[in-house]
Design a protein around this ligand. Structure first.
Ligand code: TUI
Length: 314
């Protein structure tokens, strides 16, 4: 059994978070992960307050276990979604793509445990002072909006910068990755891409197929020029976007090219115009299986790796 401060803090069996993937992680997926003993997380993405409240209520109807809400701070609806989190008293709020300071007091007063994604040592120190319960150190192997550093170098530096429990994210898709995260000082993991193949993950069938067929070099990063680098599958859309980005297309046109692309991937499975967010671990995702099985397998296959970690030490 693996049990850490994260399990105690949140009242969960396994220290495994399901990443709050925009347009993908709904109340049904989050509830399935929480029922499986991990922490399911609903993604607010760019959705409005009504949509997010509905997903929270769906999750509450499917599980009595704790679950989280991820708030994407670049969203035009971030303010209203932040209030919904407090009103609905979700157990955990995770944040992404920005500094959550301005909402911290409201969430802490509502008794919410706030666990921000930190891409740097400076952001780690800032949210530690502001009252975070833990932090997620997410490396650039992850899908979606990515920071500069890799998981391998970010996690130990974040661990050195705070006494809070650290959850490692980015590039983790099996027990070896979980074990490696613990070796770097993490007390939990957040996994996104692997859950794209969960039975309860409601994405276009072609999205799941592309993930299961993905090979090692199948992802790429676009959007750096606009200041929002995003990792996705190397589709025609991603290649064309990249060409436009480095070919001097004006900023507004480039923004317009990306608008609605996440929805087109997740809902429509549109390979020509959709942006299929995925992490570098896509190649390690082999089959469709229930979310609860993924959670259990991640931990159960990490245990022998951790126990065998001294085998080369003479
Ligand atoms: O947020 C993510 N992943 C995401 S968000 C997303 S949707 C999107 N929509 C429009 C533009 C871009 C993305 C898809 N995937 N992961 C967590 C994450 N947070 N990664 C990096 C960060 C981050 C970056 C900067 C967190 C804090 C931060 O602070 C900067 C500052 O100083 O404010």
């Amino acid at each position: 059994m693996i049990s850490t401060r994260i399990c105690e803090l949140l009242g969960i069996k396994y220290p495994v978070f399901q990443g709050g993937m925009a347009w993908i992680a709904d109340g049904k997926l989050a509830a399935a992960v929480s029922e499986g003993g991990g922490l399911g997380i609903i993604a607010a993405g760019n959705a409005d307050a009504d949509f997010v409240r509905e997903q929270i209520r769906t999750a509450k109807s499917l599980t009595d276990r704790p679950f989280g809400l991820n708030i994407m701070l670049l969203s035009p609806f971030a303010d209203e979604v932040a209030k919904v989190a407090a009103e609905e008293k979700v157990s955990v709020v995770t944040t992404g793509a920005g500094n959550p300071s301005k909402y911290m007091e409201m969430w802490l007063e509502a008794g919410i445990k706030v666990i921000p994604v930190v891409p740097s040592v400076a952001m780690t120190k800032l949210v530690t002072r502001a009252g975070a319960a833990a932090v997620i150190a997410e490396g650039g192997e992850s899908g979606g909006h990515v920071g500069e550093l890799t998981t391998m170098v970010l996690v130990p530096q974040v661990c050195d910068a705070t006494d809070l429990p650290v959850i490692a994210a980015g590039g983790i898709a099996d027990g070896r990755g979980v074990a490696a995260a613990f070796m770097l000082g993490a007390e939990g993991v957040q996994v996104g891409t692997r859950f794209l193949s969960a039975e309860e993950c409601n994405i276009a069938p072609v999205y799941k197929e592309k993930i299961i067929k993905a090979k090692d070099l199948c992802t790429m990063v676009t959007g750096k020029r606009l200041g929002h680098p995003v990792r996705s599958l190397r589709t025609n859309f991603a290649r064309e976007y990249s060409k436009a980005e480095y070919g001097g297309m004006p900023d507004e046109e480039l923004e317009a090219l990306g608008t609605g692309a996440l929805r087109k991937a997740v809902v429509d499975g549109n390979l020509e115009e959709g942006c299929f967010l995925a992490g570098q671990s896509a190649a390690m995702v082999k089959k469709v299986q229930p979310a609860a099985e993924i959670v259990k397998e991640l931990i159960e296959t990490a245990e022998p790796v951790l126990k065998g970690a001294t085998k080369w030490v003479k």
